[in-house]
Design a protein around this ligand. Sequence first.
Ligand SMILES: [Zn+2]
Length: 135
Amino acid sequence: MGATALKAIEANFEEPPLCAETIRRLTDAGIAFMAELTTPLGCENVHFGPEDLNRLLEDKTGFAAGYFGVTRQQYLDWIATGGNPRCSSETRSGKPCRKPAGGRYQIGIDEWLASDGGLCRSHETRVLNRIRKSR
Ligand SMILES: [Zn+2]
């Protein structure tokens, strides 16, 4: 088969399949795989094995969510909020409060999950004052 025929075949595939032999040779030579996973502060470099190569290529977001041990939506929300957990209260005009719950910014996903949907420092203080006055 000539080079022209090979190019014609390759043109029919959007992405050529990964060559298992190439991956085996790379792995046997001690060449490791690393991915840059998006985080609120930029990215985190993560080593992974050849067995995860297809999963990462097909669905990097799902791979990242699995790596961080959260759901796909939790991972996407963590990124979208810049790692700032959302306050569940509203401003006096009825708009969602934009201050971070717990008063913490750009935190890791475990802390973010624990704080997201809580109260910011201002709303926390208001709730505590209401409780004190009611006693
Ligand atoms: Zn608030």
